[in-house]
Ligand binder design. Structure first.
Ligand code: CP
Ligand code: NVA
Length: 308
């Protein structure tokens, strides 16, 4: 049974996460063979509400909904969650018209308020300050395509203990991976996320935190990084640039990983900051596979949440 809300990776259990990835693989194969596939959103509408910019998430949800037979509506930002009326009332209106809402916002609590107000609406987290679960689905599909089972594999994340790191750590430990995160002091994964992972990790899955990028990357099967300054944190940019400088993923750091280790990034990348051109453009880089897999995993997610 699929959850009616996908606000966090933790709304899935290990079996649902694996089922979603398997289904995404099937949908991906059908699409590349131009084979017609199921259209569980036939006749349904999905609202896309974004309070922050997006290339990948918005585009892939638009395509995903259309390929599953549905239609999207995109209320303009000033009326979506813009404060013209309460966030609860926006949700209660949408609940009367659409089957699902895909929401990108600031605090996770804002998303929770929206979801709580409209229990019949399927709600999907398209990124909050705290979590980015749709990204983690694509990341795990990319990892399993390249590595097979993640059980016993080591995934290193170097940089800010942010939304992308949180959802990746939740998902990969749920699949039995060892996730190591190297962040500067004060930028670690949030304590609440760490506590959640302690109970959601399956056997073999574990989380290790360090401030040392070399220790995190040593022998890892994949090295992941993200921007140093996330959307909404622009005022802290100069400070963060200084603090995170020793956490750049460059060829010297990649050399510490296992032979053939993958390089990963959710994108957009700030080339020359968190990653060098040499690394992101190298054969080890799977960043555009991750981007492609946003589409396939979100189609699987939507189909599961539609009850199909
Ligand atoms: N990775 C990702 O979520 O990209 P967008 O911000 O462009 O949607
Ligand atoms: N951590 C980044 C991810 C963007 C997809 C941000 O929140 O801006």
């Amino acid at each position: 049974v699929a959850p009616t809300q996908f606000l966090s990776i933790l709304d899935f259990g290990p079996a649902q996460l694996s089922a979603c990835l398997a289904r995404a693989g099937e949908l991906k194969a059908a699409r590349s063979a131009h084979r017609p596939h199921e259209r569980p959103l036939e006749g349904l509408h999905v609202a896309l509400l974004f309070e922050k910019p997006s290339l990948r998430t918005r585009s892939t949800f638009q395509i995903a909904v259309r390929e599953l037979g549905g239609h999207t509506i995109e209320p303009p930002e000033d009326v979506a969650l813009g404060g013209r009326e309460s966030i609860e009332d926006v949700a209660r209106n949408l609940e009367r018209w659409v089957a699902a809402a895909v929401v990108r916002t600031f605090a996770q609590s804002r998303l929770q308020t929206f979801a709580d107000a409209a229990p019949r609406l399927r709600v999907i987290n398209a990124l909050t300050d705290e979590e980015h679960p749709c990204q983690a689905l694509a990341d795990c599909l990319t990892l399993t395509e390249r590595l097979g089972s993640l059980r016993g594999r080591t995934i290193a994340f170097v940089g800010d203990g942010n939304n992308v790191a949180a959802s990746l750590a939740q998902a990969a430990t749920m699949l039995g991976a060892n996730v190591r995160i190297a962040s500067p002091k004060g930028f670690e994964l949030a304590a609440s996320i760490q506590v959640g992972i302690a109970s959601s990790a399956t056997s073999g899955g574990r989380l290790e935190l360090t401030t040392d990028p070399v220790a995190a990357v040593h022998g890892a099967d994949a090295v992941y990084t993200d921007v140093w300054t996330s959307m909404g944190q622009e005022a802290q940019g100069p400070d963060r640039h200084r603090i995170f400088a020793p956490y750049q993923v460059n060829a010297a750091l990649m050399a510490q990983a296992a032979p053939g280790a993958l390089f990963m990034h959710c994108l957009p990348a700030h080339r020359g900051d968190e990653v060098t051109d040499e690394v992101i453009d190298s054969p080890a880089s799977v960043v555009f596979d991750q981007s492609e897999n946003r589409l396939h995993t979100q189609k699987a997610l939507l189909a599961m949440m539609a009850g199909a």
